[in-house]
Design a protein around this ligand. Structure first.
Ligand code: URA
Length: 204
């Protein structure tokens, strides 16, 4: 598979992954002293939702999508009728990449290389949960799942088929929506809601 790296024996439980990511030092992000954030949700979830990486809040709490982007995501999931029991939420990259700026930690995008290295873990989660549907939020998640650079705006709205036969849908990242304002925000949020509705329709 393009970009994916083989690190030997595949993990056999989610608990194993949760433990192993804490000591993963295969890329520089894993060496920055932060805690890794494992995916969360039922092992039987039909839908896997994939973000980019934990943010500031997620790193502190050790849980995915608990900060501002997570709140926006969860509100939209509820509107679309996608429940927490149906979805396992995780990230393409398990550690938080940032630059310190005074008291704040500013998010930095992971490189393609870092995403490809971390694929070992998300592929492990996918192999164990075997979701029927996968929703990638933003370009980093899309790269993680497709193994290539993706234009989300061009490739959203239609299903892609993954190696295991599951259906992948692409949409924008909620953090991107949070950076927009006024009409631009309203327009993009409408498209985001529309993408989620399509996924919801495939779930039922
Ligand atoms: N953004 C992400 O991509 N993932 C999180 O867990 C939080 C914010």
């Amino acid at each position: 598979d393009a970009g994916a790296q083989d690190f030997g024996e595949k993990p056999t439980t989610l608990g194993q992954i949760a433990e192993a990511i804490q000591s993963c030092r295969r890329c520089e992000i894993g060496c920055n002293g932060t805690q890794a954030v494992m995916g969360e949700g039922p092992e039987s979830a039909a839908l896997m939702i994939v973000g980019e990486q934990p943010g500031d809040q997620e790193e502190m709490q050790g849980r995915p999508f608990v900060g501002p982007a997570g709140k926006l995501l969860r509100a939209h999931l509820e509107d679309a009728g996608i429940s927490e029991e149906q979805s396992y939420v995780t990230n393409a990259v398990k550690h938080f990449k940032f630059v310190p700026r005074g008291k704040r930690r500013l998010h930095q995008n992971p490189t393609a290389k870092e995403i490809d290295i971390c694929r070992w873990w998300i592929d492990g989660e996918r192999a164990l949960i075997r979701p029927r549907l996968v929703l990638a939020l933003g370009a980093s998640a899309a790269r993680s799942l497709l193994g290539r650079t993706v234009s989300v705006q061009k490739e959203r709205g239609v299903p892609h088929v993954l190696d295991d036969g599951s259906e992948l849908w692409l949409t924008t990242h909620p953090s991107y929506l949070l950076r927009l304002q006024d009409q631009g925000r309203a327009d993009e949020e409408k498209k985001f809601a529309n993408d989620l509705r399509k996924v919801a329709a495939r779930l039922s």
